[in-house]
Write a protein that binds this ligand. Structure first.
Ligand code: GLN
Length: 243
């Protein structure tokens, strides 16, 4: 029994060609599967540099990339900055991982001192550091409970007052080696360093994206997906692995 019969949800996969490392494409696949389980008809639209945005956008997902990949999409992102900011302001839920998390902030200054301008949807700023933060990571979030993933970045991200952290680090580094925060949240936009991919191991975040999109588009959300048994096994196994 589902309360969301065949309602379409348009999921924009932002820059899948250049920004997709450590299994980030798994976020899109996982979201599609979970949206179907809730009774929706998800439609993925891939948006690479130069591609048009669809007329209708319900969820936007973006992944990570090396500094070179970020360089390839940075100009295109500036051309879409107003549109993405308007979507964010109007409440469209978004999830941006690592490289795109950094570019959804104000700026990313690489280790060699070159600056990639961001679009300022999140109130964060990132500087490339000398140390790579690599390994399995566990956070606590009041909204999503325990969040489990894998980080690999040298960018050090600092939050301004316009964003809250996604969670507090229980194991791992997070935004930087100093303040115990991980990720950022402004309105319905989430940024995070967590790969893995994040969503297959953290269905609570998928449900937030789907539920928020459904409420905006259809006025209500009736959760009806069961929790796959494999989720608990994947979470337990990722938590056990050393950094
Ligand atoms: N280039 C960025 C960093 O190392 C992003 C890396 C990533 O997306 N995994 O900080």
């Amino acid at each position: 029994m589902t309360g969301n019969p065949s309602s379409e949800l348009v999921i924009v996969s932002l820059y899948p060609r250049d920004m997709n490392i450590y299994g980030d494409r798994g976020n899109v696949l996982s979201l599609v599967r979970r949206a179907r389980a809730h009774g929706f008809a998800p439609r993925i639209v891939e948006v690479n540099p130069g591609d048009p945005m669809p007329d209708r956008v319900d969820i936007v997902i973006g992944g990570g990339g090396q500094d070179s990949g970020q360089g390839r999409v940075a100009d295109d992102l500036q051309h879409r900055a107003d549109e993405l900011r308007d979507l964010a302001t109007s409440g469209v839920p978004m999830l941006m991982i690592c490289g795109l998390f950094q570019l959804f902030g104000h700026r990313f200054v690489t280790q060699t001192g070159s600056e990639l301008k961001g679009i300022g949807v999140l109130d964060v700023e990132t500087r490339g550091g000398d140390e790579r933060m690599i390994g399995n990571i566990v956070l606590h979030s009041d909204e999503f409970g325990e969040i489990i993933g894998y980080e690999n970045h040298s960018g050090n991200t600092k939050l301004g007052p316009g964003s809250q952290p996604l969670g507090r680090v229980l194991q791992g580094s997070g935004n930087n080696p100093d303040d115990g925060t991980e990720g950022a949240r402004t309105g319905n936009v989430i940024g995070s360093y967590l790969h893995g991919a994040l969503l297959p191991k953290n269905p609570a975040i998928s449900d937030f994206l789907i539920g928020t999109a459904a409420e905006r588009r259809y006025g209500s959300f009736a959760p009806s997906a069961a929790m796959p048994e494999s989720v608990e096994r994947a979470r337990a196994s990722a938590k056990r692995r050393p950094r």
